[in-house]
Write a protein that binds this ligand. Structure first.
Ligand code: NAD
Length: 503
């Protein structure tokens, strides 16, 4: 039987070929479009508009006008709060539809789309969470340092026009992590979804309009990194770029921001370790957690997946056996089939890249214990690679150092705690880490020494109110919680003598 997503495409409907600028849907000025090919079937899903430089100019100008008008940035807090809450509820009402659109976009199975971290419900909670900051984050009133009758205050003001650039792998959550704090702070936005997850984001935008967002406050330019993303990150009238994606593009954004010293927030890649100590409460569960994150759901195309398992030699064989057992249970296919729990790679370029890393792993002497191949049969027209586990990996080797963004786990043995910490930190990335131990003191001792932004001790979950982001080359700044809201504000200091003598 040949896989097809065509019936779902017809029943869900798609917003095709449209940008959203200054409150109007319309095609790109030069009529350019992109045809999205489904990663599981290779079918043409639909066409969307490719914005040109002139469209990006119009979108930025609309966002600037909306910002200067104050219709959102200076509106009553109650108005902003109620729009954000109304939107959160609309998202929840449309969760099934959005999950289906995501399956058409990136082939993330509907079964995984229900798991909290990547769900529409989590995105809705992020909007509810940030609605709560609208009337709570302010500046300070401080006593005058030099004494006397002098008023000294600081204010937080919206940063201005934000370019929000999304990756394809978790469009609901990442849309929310950028758009919610930016809107709560009073910014206006030009949003660029990934060219590999556009249709679900366009529907999210339609719902935001329905929730009552004023025209020009959010503008959407669709299309690939070049020309659309480049035009945005180099645009002189963009005040801040908020980006989630690869390290290479993150570096390009830092370069491009220099021209006008744009504010920049970057959520980039990782090579996050899981440290499995011999005293882990349950080695089988630790292996299942690690292998599940690397092979199920997004098929390892997740920034924070623990793609390096550092395992104590005493439990190494037990871990590997359990890891192989877990890998054997991963299912692929039609993303609308509730029995399917994993995804294909997003495109052919990524398929070739992952297969190239697998060959590199073998060539560098790692022991392939399972997988390592493209899947065939009825999956042959998709970009599927099965769960792949390499054992006896040198931490300095390519597959232990570079972000593969595929279902490839590198297992590295260690002998003691110091070695585990040294190996864990021996990477240019610093996004996350998992610890598996029953020793509470060890858990915190090791956590303090790891150079990463987020640590899960015997488990991990994404929460809307917690900061999330990376040390080292995994990013700049944090999403989630108060720090995210503040990242869309500028601090302004205002002072005033209270008597004429002080002037
Ligand atoms: P990507 O860097 O290829 O693309 C991300 C976005 O940038 C897309 O919208 C793309 O069109 C755009 N882009 C590409 N070139 C551009 C340019 N020159 N200027 C401006 N924009 C440009 O990444 P991807 O494949 O979509 O996502 C995978 C990457 O994202 C991985 O590295 C992953 O680790 C990272 N990621 C990080 C987090 C996090 O929170 N830290 C979350 C999800 C994904």
């Amino acid at each position: 039987m040949t896989l097809t997503v065509q019936p779902h495409r017809e029943s869900l409907g798609l917003k095709t070929g449209q940008l959203y600028i200054d409150g109007q849907w319309g095609p790109a000025k030069d009529g350019a479009t992109w045809t999205h090919q489904h990663p599981a079937t290779g079918e043409a899903v639909g066409d969307f508009a490719v914005a040109g430089v002139a469209d990006v100019d119009s979108a930025v100008a609309a966002a600037r006008r909306a910002f200067e008008s104050g219709k959102w940035s200076n509106s009553r807090a109650g108005v902003r709060i109620s729009v954000l809450h109304r939107y959160a509820n609309l998202l929840r009402e449309h969760a099934d539809e959005l999950r289906g659109l995501q399956a058409l976009d990136n082939s993330v199975p509907v079964s995984f789309g229900s798991i909290y971290a990547t769900s529409v419900g989590a995105a809705a909670d992020v909007f509810d969470h940030h609605a709560g900051w609208v009337d709570k984050v302010g500046g300070q009133t401080l006593p005058p340092y030099q004494g006397g009758d002098h008023l000294a205050m600081s204010f937080r003001e919206p940063i201005g026009v934000v370019a929000a650039i999304l990756p394809w792998n978790a469009p609901f959550l990442l849309f929310a992590q950028k758009v919610a704090p930016a809107l709560a702070a009073g910014c206006t936005i030009v949003l660029k979804p990934s060219e590999y997850a556009t249709f679900s984001v366009l529907r999210m935008v339609e719902l935001l309009i329905e929730a009552g967002l004023p025209e020009g406050t959010l503008n959407v330019v669709t299309g690939p990194g070049d020309p659309v993303g480049e035009a945005l990150i180099t645009h002189p009238d963009v005040d801040k770029v908020s980006f989630t994606g690869s390290r290479a593009i993150g570096k390009r954004i830092v370069e491009a921001s220099a021209g006008t010293l744009k504010r920049v927030s970057l959520e980039l890649g990782g090579k996050s370790p899981a440290l499995v100590f011999a005293d882990a409460p349950n080695i089988g569960l630790a292996a299942a957690t690690v292998v599940g994150a690397v092979t199920m759901g997004l098929s390892g195309q997740a920034c924070v997946a623990n793609t390096r398992a550092l395992v104590h030699r005493d439990v190494y064989d037990e871990f590997l056996a359990a890891a192989q057992g877990m890998a054997a249970g991963v299912t692929y296919g039609d993303p609308f089939d509730p029995g399917v729990i994993s995804s294909p790679l997003i495109n052919e370029r990524q398929l070739e890249r992952v297969l190239g890393y697998i060959e590199r792993g073998k060539a560098e002497g790692a022991r392939l214990v399972t997988g390592g191949e493209r899947l065939g049969g009825e999956l042959a027209s998709g970009n599927f690679v099965g769960p792949t586990i390499f054992a006896d990996v040198e931490n300095s080797s390519t597959i232990a150092q570079e972000e593969i963004f595929g279902p490839v786990l590198a297992v590295v043995p260690f002998s003691d705690e110091d070695e585990a910490i040294r190996l864990a930190n021996d990477t240019e990335y610093g996004l996350g880490a998992g610890l598996f131990t029953s020793d509470v003191q060890r858990a915190f001792r090791v956590s303090r020494r790891l150079r990463v932004g987020t640590i899960g001790i015997n488990g991990f979950q994404i929460e809307p109110h917690l900061p999330f982001g990376g040390f080292k080359q995994s990013g700049l700044g944090r999403e989630g919680g108060q720090s995210a809201f503040e990242a869309y504000t500028e601090l302004k200091t205002v002072m005033m003598p209270l008597t004429d003598e002080m002037m």
